[in-house]
Design a protein. Structure first.
Lengths: 265, 217
């Protein structure tokens, strides 16, 4: 685990925080009728509430101001720059997942954007039809069969799972900004990255506000489905029993425990 | 004999005429492959959005009438709503079922109305259909291509006498019905079917008000 030994203080802080969270969770009794994928719901809801408050008070206003003040061209450049850094980490994870086509395409993206794209500020690769293949270490673990574990909402960082949380220190190490020695530069770039990410999500978060009856469970279910589809690619559960058709009359359909409808004798 | 022959000819002609008039619309509706239908629908929707400034701006009333005339005929929305509501659907009265469908549709339209303005120079690519000849339920996978990463958009479809119909959709790996099942179940277990209808109605009413308020400022 040389990766962890070299990790900067911030990563240790996150790791320690995650450990602390786990200790707290041990004491959480699961509520009745709990979602099996979310045994720590009551704790998660509290963290979700904290994150929402912080977002409302600080992160979202800053992101809106950033969007209002800076020209679109500059914002695109900033997004592209961070996108190129994340492509570099995606490359490592595509290789670790033994995805040859995606690895080559991502390598070409990083190569083109870092040179012709002036350190990533211009996304030339997309114009050359080189597709983006985002992969992080949580996905790499998933690809090799590490189960997701329970859903977990992290302070500041938001939706995650036990597996994705365990992958965080590695992701942080793989993020080139996290490896910078100059702490002022590192922190400024990290802050800019957060603002850039949040600004990019303004429309999406507005959609969730409009779509969700309960934002917590909506975010959770969407996050878990999204991660599952990113890792497995295929969205349909193999061999899942056909769903019961509640829109059809029950009278002439009898459902077996397996879910297969049988005509009544 | 002459009369008989003339009658015979007339009978054959009528039979042919009947067969043709009945079979033609049926054939075009029932035999269009599901992926073909999605390709055509997507192209129609995109060109309508491009030609309508009000829809682009996300004018909810305009979007609803556009959805009603263009998209809803291709959707089995009662199956979609029933699947999201789950077991309680069967206990609901026909009136409650109708209101649930109406409010759910409005909620979805309001949610996606804002996103329509972003569909400008996008194109749709429909992936090759993986299905057997006799399948009555298939998944059609598409991608919205434009700036940035392609957006995954998949449809669950069923074969009906009136052609293929959509009964669930998947945006970026997230199935709509599955996501709403939890949302609805929470409301139903706390306040019943009428509680869910009331929550949806309130949400739709307030949403329109806030979006109008935002436009003013």
């Amino acid at each position: 685990m040389t990766l962890c030994r070299k990790a900067p203080a911030a990563a240790w802080l996150r790791w320690g925080l995650a450990g602390l969270v786990l200790l707290v969770l041990q004491g959480c009794a699961s509520a009745p009728n709990a979602n099996p994928r979310d045994p720590w719901e009551s704790f998660n809801r509290q963290v979700h509430g904290f994150n929402e408050g912080l977002d409302e008070a600080v992160v979202k206003p800053v992101a809106i101001a950033y969007q209002d003040v800076t020209p679109a061209l500059l914002r695109t450049g900033v997004s592209n720059f961070f996108g190129n850094l994340s492509d570099a980490w995606s490359l490592v994870n595509n290789v670790l997942q033994l995805k040859p086509k995606e690895s080559i395409e991502t390598l070409a993206r990083v190569g083109v954007n870092t040179t012709i794209g002036l350190a990533g500020v211009l996304d030339v690769a997309t114009q050359l039809n080189l597709q983006k293949h985002n992969e992080d270490f949580g996905q790499t673990l998933g690809r090799w069969g590490v189960p997701t574990g329970p859903y977990l909402v992290l302070p500041l960082l938001g939706p995650s799972t036990l597996r994705d949380t365990a992958a965080l220190p590695v992701n942080w190490r793989g993020n080139l900004i996290g490896g910078l020695d100059d702490s002022t530069l590192r922190n400024s770039l990290t802050a800019l990255r957060v603002v850039d990410l949040r600004a990019g999500l303004l429309r999406a978060s507005q959609m969730i506000d409009s779509a969700a009856l309960d934002k917590y469970s909506f975010t959770r279910d969407a996050y878990l489905q999204r991660r599952r589809s990113l890792i497995r690619g295929d969205v349909a559960e193999p061999n899942s029993p056909p769903e019961e058709r509640y829109d059809l009359p029950e009278s002439n359909i009898k459902t077996t425990p397996g879910g297969t409808p049988l005509p009544q004798p | 004999m002459l009369l008989n022959r003339r009658n015979w000819t007339r009978l054959v002609a009528t039979a042919w005429g009947l067969t043709l008039t009945m079979a033609l619309p049926l054939a075009s509706a029932a035999e269009e492959a599901p992926d073909e239908m999605i390709r055509r629908l997507s192209m129609d929707v995109l060109s309508t959005i491009k030609g309508d400034k009000d829809v682009q701006k996300g004018d909810v009333r305009k979007v609803i009438s556009f959805v009603d005339s263009m998209i809803m005929p291709k959707v089995n929305f009662s199956r979609m709503t029933a699947s999201a509501v789950g077991r309680s659907w069967r206990q609901a009265t026909p009136e409650q079922q109708a209101r649930l469908q109406d409010e759910f549709k409005n909620l979805l339209v309001r949610t996606y109305a804002g996103a329509l303005s972003q569909l400008q120079d996008q194109t749709i690519s429909v992936k090759p259909l993986r299905a057997q000849a006799g399948d009555t339920e298939v998944i059609v996978r598409t991608e919205i291509l434009g700036r940035g990463e392609p957006i995954q958009l998949d449809y669950r479809m069923e074969k009906t006498p009136g052609g293929w119909k959509i009964y669930d959709l998947n945006v970026l790996g997230v199935w709509l019905v599955e996501t709403y099942r939890t949302q609805f179940a929470r409301e139903i277990s706390a306040r019943g079917i009428d509680g869910l209808i009331a929550t949806l109605a309130l949400r739709n009413k307030n949403g329109v008000m806030t979006s109008a308020g935002q436009k003013k400022s």
